[in-house]
Ligand binder design. Structure first.
Ligand code: SF4
Length: 368
């Protein structure tokens, strides 16, 4: 196996790197997808798109991006908005920490940089939610600064280009790949070089069965030359162990109002809203749940059998969520409790940022 520091490797040669970039850019100019964040070289738009694209597919992001930019067209508009509204526009995209950090960073850009997106790497990476990859992507794509990038797609392309022997996620693997990324990006069109490499990763260099026949850089690719493209990159063998859990959500309704819980910092779905929800023991749910409802809300209720079941996943947990309708609701709600419990009118459910299961339950209630 070779590494980026091996003397005979092609990427150590300036002329070979220029040829590589020429082939790459020629292909990119013809085949790049028309994506909404590519229409203008605005740091704000590139930043929002890069944050949305973390952990999320392009096809899902497009609609969210367009709605978000329409409502928050620039950093000042985002900074001036309430977090609850920003979360509402993020609802369903998941990984809500990204939205909280984007909002906090927008306020920093306004407070500390006069509303102008910073232009140095150190200033950009100091913003919440921005790491080495995102800083490099924004500065290279929006401002033509020569910074490399390394993310899921380019990791795979680079590992195959050099037949990386290490696990790409390992420290030595990451070191070699960043070194290669740094060599391949140029002063001329650095953002396009980075985007072209990502585009090859997503459009041709698939995890399984890469489309090497169409790849503009196959003559530089050691895995293609050796027929090992499908075997690489080496994948870590550690498999996620999933755990099944059972939870219950309680619909407590009086007339046109239902009880919602504002998820607190440090809890799952912090700052979003959900229905009162509890982990349940393996047996004896009924009495246990009534007691938990009383502790949380101050209300005494009766519960019949579940009216709805939702299965979903959160990190390594596979959750079966049984939804119960509370009847015979008595007492006064612990309004203003630290658990953020509140009566909410049904016609306000649409404006509240809810987690995914909360939204499903709300839609179910409204459809009854
Ligand atoms: Fe990936 Fe094949 Fe292109 Fe190599 S030749 S970068 S393996 S698509």
């Amino acid at each position: 196996m070779t590494s980026p520091s091996t003397k005979s490797a092609w990427w150590t040669d300036t002329t070979a790197r220029s040829r590589f970039r020429r082939s790459l850019l020629k292909w990119f100019d013809r085949h790049q997808r028309q994506l909404p964040w590519r229409q203008q070289k605005s740091p704000y738009r590139i930043w929002v798109s890069e944050i949305m694209l973390q952990q999320t597919q392009v096809a899902t992001v497009i609609n969210y991006f367009e709605r978000f930019i329409k409502r928050f067209p620039n950093v000042r508009a985002l900074a001036a908005a309430e977090l609850q509204e920003v979360l509402k526009y993020w609802e369903g995209l998941g990984y809500y920490r990204r939205a909280r950090q984007l909002h906090a960073a927008a306020r920093m850009v306004v407070d500390q940089h006069g509303g102008r997106f910073p232009q140095t790497f150190d200033e950009v990476i100091a913003l919440p939610g921005i790491g080495r990859y995102t800083a490099g992507a924004i500065l290279s794509i929006a401002q033509d600064q020569r910074y490399p990038i390394l993310e899921g797609n380019t990791e795979r392309v680079f590992a195959r280009l050099i037949q990386l022997g290490d696990d790409p996620k390992s420290k030595p693997g990451q070191h070699k790949l960043w070194e290669l990324a740094d060599k391949l990006v140029s002063r001329h069109r650095p953002g396009d070089v980075n985007q072209a490499l990502m585009e090859i990763g997503s459009q041709l260099c698939h995890v399984n069965h890469p489309d090497c026949g169409e790849c503009p850089v196959r003559r530089f690719c050691e895995s293609f030359q050796s027929g090992r493209a499908n075997e690489l990159p080496r994948r870590s063998v550690a498999k996620t162990k999933y755990e099944s859990v059972r939870e219950a959500a309680i619909i407590i309704r009086r007339g046109d109002r239902v009880v919602l819980r504002h998820c607190q910092p440090g809890q799952r779905w912090a700052d979003l809203w959900d229905f009162p929800r509890f982990a349940v023991p393996t047996s004896g749910h009924g009495q246990f749940l009534c007691k938990r409802v009383r502790q949380l809300t101050g209300l005494s209720v009766r519960l019949g059998p579940p009216v709805k079941q939702i299965r979903h996943a959160v990190t390594r947990f596979r959750i079966t969520l049984d939804c119960y309708h509370a009847t015979d609701v008595r007492g006064r709600l612990n309004n203003g409790s630290p658990d953020g419990i509140q009566w909410t009118r049904l016609n306000e459910l649409g404006q509240r940022p809810l987690n995914v299961t909360g939204r499903k339950i709300a839609n179910w209630i409204l459809s009854q």
